[in-house]
Design a binder for this molecule. Structure first.
Ligand SMILES: [Zn+2]
Length: 409
């Protein structure tokens, strides 16, 4: 019998009745068996659920832990019921860039990534503002951190022109420079431009840049309370025209949740043609893109952490189970079927959104796994506790004790 580098025993897998053993060799899942396996190292899962590790498809990693510097003003504008002040909140939040230096950003971002790792997050699509106020400090900081954590966490750095392209002359050139420095993904935020024509140019230029460089695209689209916003469709259309099928992600897209039904369905058709993925963040804003319906239409939908203690959201532990738990409440009846969907949205489906292949518990997949605290999806979401074990590329990288209380005698 072969000896594996690591064996996880008594593991419960979704969709498999009996607990099993998982054999890992050279960072890859090599066996899943009912019988016991031999391992150099052994983790006893104790009948708890084992799933692929968590994938955070959308995080403003350059702005984490800045809430105390901005206070309530931006939050009030962004999260008011109609989201009419979303643009104002972005302007208020930009105060943080007054002392936006590479060193300060790296320190905060590192803390957030390590907090994520403790919560089982091994992949992050990390946005760095690139604009004439921020310059390239955020991108440089996140690229430095990307190299530092490369053995355990995959950071995809997005060059994100937060203040627009046409509204902020000079930003486009900075995005190009950010890609030259090694950023992974071309960003965008077309809805913030002054009219639809400018938004269309914004989308077209950034998709053109991605096609030229052979990269992916991730944009913040339709992130305000205006059902007339149409930049999600513009992004899908541009993806088709620039040959970016399957390489484009639409984040937020909150306005499409209030589209008339025919417009919503037309958009889904176009998104399917473009192979576009979606990221929703129900806990950071009052409007949402109807994640369950988008998913039911066959499109990949992820949930993202979005913000951690910044101008837009005062909480966040970089726990995607917490994000899924909050979404379960915010998106309507938390049925068992929906709980399963939510767990997919922070693991397998989130990986599909980012173009990460084979992020599954299956033989030949990369061994990025979590041993969760709970034996069923319902238990896991109820507790939304840090995983008992986090395994990145076959190596145990974090461990948490099950939560217990003891009375004093
Ligand atoms: Zn966001």
């Amino acid at each position: 019998m072969p000896t594996y580098d690591l064996v996880i025993t008594d593991a419960r897998l979704r969709g498999r009745a009996q607990p099993c053993s998982i054999g890992i060799a050279d960072g890859t899942i090599s066996a899943i068996a009912d019988a016991a396996l031999e391992g150099t190292a052994v983790i006893d899962a104790g009948g708890q659920l084992v799933t692929p590790s968590f994938v955070d498809a959308h995080l403003h990693l350059d702005k984490v832990y800045t809430f105390a510097r901005i206070g309530d003003a931006a939050l009030r504008e962004y999260a008011d019921a109609g989201m009419g002040g979303a643009m104002t909140s972005i302007e208020l939040a930009s105060q943080v860039k007054a002392d936006y230096t590479e060193d300060a950003i790296v320190g905060n971002a590192r803390r957030a990534v390590l907090d994520g790792l403790r919560h089982g997050v091994t992949h992050v699509q990390a946005f760095a503002d690139v604009d004439t106020a921020a310059g390239l400090e955020g991108v440089k900081a996140l690229l430095r951190l990307r190299a530092e954590v490369a053995d355990v966490v995959r950071l995809d750095v997005v060059a994100f022109p937060q203040d627009g392209l046409l509204r902020d002359p000079g930003a486009e050139d900075l995005v190009r420079q950010a890609m030259d420095l090694g950023a992974d993904v071309v960003g965008g935020i077309p809805w913030i431009e002054h009219d639809d024509e400018a938004a269309r140019q914004h989308v077209d230029r950034m998709c053109g840049l991605a096609a030229e460089r052979g990269t992916r695209v991730a944009m913040l689209v339709d992130d305000a309370g205006d059902p007339g916003l149409r930049t999600t469709g513009m992004l899908a259309r541009a993806a088709i025209e620039h040959g970016l099928h399957g390489r484009v992600v639409a984040c937020h897209a909150r306005a499409i949740g209030s589209y008339p039904e025919p417009a919503f369905r037309r958009l889904l058709g176009l998104a399917r043609e473009a192979g576009m993925g979606f990221v929703s963040d129900p806990h950071t804003g009052p409007l949402n893109l109807r994640p369950y319906d988008v998913r039911a239409a066959g499109l990949a939908v992820a949930l993202g952490q979005d913000d951690i203690e910044d101008a837009y959201y005062p909480f966040g532990r970089h726990s995607l189970l917490e994000v899924a738990f909050l979404a379960a409440h915010l998106l309507g009846a938390p049925t068992l079927e929906r709980m399963d969907a939510l767990l997919d949205m922070v693991t397998t489906d989130a990986a599909r959104v980012l173009g990460v292949e084979d992020h599954t518990v299956a033989v030949r997949s990369v061994a990025d796994l979590v041993v969760l605290d709970g034996g069923t999806t319902q238990e896991v979401l109820t507790r939304h506790a840090p995983p008992r074990h986090v395994i990145s590329r076959g190596r145990p990288v974090a461990q948490s004790a099950p939560q217990q209380s003891r009375l004093h005698q």
